[in-house]
Design a protein around this ligand. Sequence first.
Ligand code: SF4
Ligand code: SF4
Length: 133
Amino acid sequence: MFRPKFTRQYPEEKWIPPASYRGRPVLVQEDDGTERCVACALCSRVCPALAIEVQAGETAGEKERYPEKFEINMVRCIFCGFCEEVCPEEAIVMSDEYELVFSSQEEAIYGKDKLLVPKEKLKKRLEFLQEYR
Ligand code: SF4
Ligand code: SF4
């Protein structure tokens, strides 16, 4: 009776995860709106759940390749973080988002419209990776 309460009044009271938390994987969006990803498909190869599908396109720019299509099936994803670990560009990172809701299998397939997150919003995770990776 006299101990402090640890119950969180979710969802009114949100939990702010630490930088080490592995929430849903997202793609880093640069300041100019482009994706950092170079479509090497290493993340797709390493994903144990076969959740990632990447199709490369060519650009005339310095980067040469970009992901024309990039999809993650969030029903399959097991939040292992292997995609983040293997990415040579720090283009896919584990975010702090843990609220995932779908009403169908199709809705759970996230394309670039849902995956791209501005790098400013991912600052905490990117700094964590630079320090501990
Ligand atoms: S976190 Fe793991 S399961 Fe999810 S997309 Fe990345 S490699 Fe695949
Ligand atoms: S997210 Fe990284 S590992 Fe995956 S295709 Fe893009 S650059 Fe390659």
